[in-house]
Design a binder for this molecule. Structure first.
Ligand code: NDP
Length: 458
């Protein structure tokens, strides 16, 4: 047993910190964890989980409309924002309780408060000092805003989960995950919704066909997309905010939301004092074993700015606890991470985009299909589905799979297993479809697009 108060001290009770603490305690370490706000972190409290509940809530409007084509008469519809928020809060409180129980059950001591590093082996929480053989920093990230005048008048995603009432006219700023997800939520709930993005297409980093297709789908649903402009100035006016766009026009909104990226929560943690040098963007540089430059200090999750996704943070924590407390050196594998954007329709991807594959692999076979899903043949809903396979021609390995449409994230999770296992196009072709589904299209696409004539799906 080490001469320290604990074998491991974890700073931050989010997805990475809780998993690190719990697994390490299960493997026999004496563990304490400090959390200053809420157990479960961003994902459980002000991120993935409540966001997905709000996506469900917002999709009913379309479902009620679609029901008519199937013979249903749906009566008058009203939406009660405070009821949604109250029910969501109840569920999140239940999850907080589960997290607390899991930690207690594993024997982890929880300190409520902000932990600050004093040196490579000690932290201070609410004026009390604790020593530990190892310290894991997993304090997460926070939303950032651009610096144009008046931007502080807008909300960030943290604020959207507890607004007392729903804005009737809203501007989402940014073309990334959070902006397109909340544009879908507010549009679905009936708000007049616009999205402004400085680039020419949504979701930079995703496959180009997906980016164009999603833009068209969002526009069909009534979201006003403003590309290649920024918010130049925001001013408070009677009953709302007056926004001046870089194109020169002005418009009044009830609310403006900045979804322009997130920064590492490393400020004031005592990291530099303990010897950890931060990257220019404030993130903690780590190696594949989540080691910082200080041998006793490790870092996990969003504040390392590797890939800001909950399952990635959890996998990093599992790998590190196995390495440190099971004696099984486990580097984190960041390849082929599937991800989904819960826009409406949703997007999901695993592996390389066509552009990335062309750059790194050379000749490709591209299979692409877009169609109206069976569900919408009776509804009049014009939503379409896009599916795309990126195949390395020489090896026939499927190196990228991309989809936009109903149930996309559920479908891509299974496909991601095949990609991780190294599946090639012959495996896809030999797999029988489940009929009738949209997903079966992934195993029935036979003709690659003729390369010279290939046109984007936009
Ligand atoms: P993203 O990085 O996804 O998107 C940020 C957007 O803001 C981009 O479109 C970016 O444009 C734009 N932007 C950045 N700076 C400025 C600026 N100064 N002025 C105008 N526009 C700007 O960040 P999010 O905040 O949406 O989400 C943060 C991360 O959280 C995501 O990257 C993702 O990892 C994670 N997340 C995951 C979710 C999921 O798994 N479903 C859901 C929500 C978040 P450009 O593209 O030109 O850089």
């Amino acid at each position: 047993m080490s001469g320290y108060d604990y074998d491991l001290y974890v700073i931050g009770g989010g997805s990475a910190g809780v998993r690190m603490a719990r697994m390490s305690a299960t493997y026999g370490a004496r563990v304490a964890l400090a959390e200053e706000r809420f157990l479960g972190g961003t994902c459980v409290n002000i991120g993935c989980v409540p966001k997905k509940l709000m996506v469900f809530a917002s999709h009913f409007r379309e479902d009620f409309h679609d029901a008519a084509g199937y013979g249903w008469e749906v009566g008058a519809r009203t939406f009660d924002w405070p009821r949604l928020i109250a029910n969501k809060d109840k569920e999140i409180a239940r999850l907080n309780g589960i997290y607390a129980k899991l930690l207690a059950g594993a024997g982890v001591t929880v300190h409520e408060g902000r932990a600050i590093l004093l040196d490579p082996h000690s932290v201070s929480v609410k004026g009390k000092s604790y020593t530990a053989e190892r310290i894991v920093v997993a304090a997460g990230g926070r939303p950032t805003r651009p610096t144009e005048p008046g931007n502080e008048l807008g909300y960030v995603s943290d604020d959207l989960f507890c607004l007392p009432e729903m804005p009737k006219k809203i501007l989402m700023v940014g073309g990334g995950y959070i902006s397109v997800e909340f544009a879908g939520i507010f549009n679905g709930l009936g708000a007049d919704t616009a999205l402004i993005h400085r680039g020419p297409k949504l979701l930079r980093g995703f496959d180009d066909d997906v980016r164009g297709f999603l833009g068209e789908e969002l526009a069909k649903k009534g979201i006003r997309l403003i590309f290649e402009q920024i918010v130049q100035r925001t001013e408070k006016v009677a009953g709302g905010l007056q926004v001046t766009f870089s194109g020169g026009s002005q418009e009044r909104f009830d609310a403006v939301v900045y979804a322009t990226g997130r920064a590492a929560n490393t400020e004031g943690l005592g990291l530099e004092e303990a010897g950890v040098t931060l990257a220019p963007n404030g993130a903690i540089p780590v190696d594949s074993f989540s080691r910082t430059a200080v041998p006793s200090i490790f870092a996990l999750g969003d504040l390392t700015d590797r890939v800001q996704l909950t399952p990635v943070a959890i996998a990093e924590a599992m790998a590190l606890s196995r390495t440190l407390y099971l004696g099984e050196p486990t580097p984190m594998d960041h390849s082929n991470i599937p991800s989904a954007v819960f826009s409406q329709p949703p997007v999901a991807s695993v592996g390389l985009t066509e552009a990335e594959a062309r750059e790194t692999l050379g000749a490709l076979d591209i299979y692409r299909s877009s169609f109206r899903p069976l569900r919408h043949t009776l509804t009049g809903n014009r939503e379409k589905t896009l599916m795309k396979l990126v195949v390395e021609r020489a090896s026939q390995r499927v190196v990228g799979v991309h989809m936009v449409g109903i149930d996309t994230p559920e479908i891509l999770q299974g496909i991601a297993v095949a990609i991780k296992a190294g599946a090639n196009k012959r495996h896809f072709d030999a797999t029988l479809g489940i009929h009738p589904t949209s997903a079966e299209e992934f195993v029935t696409m036979r003709e690659p697009l003729p390369e010279p004539k290939r046109q984007s799906a936009e």
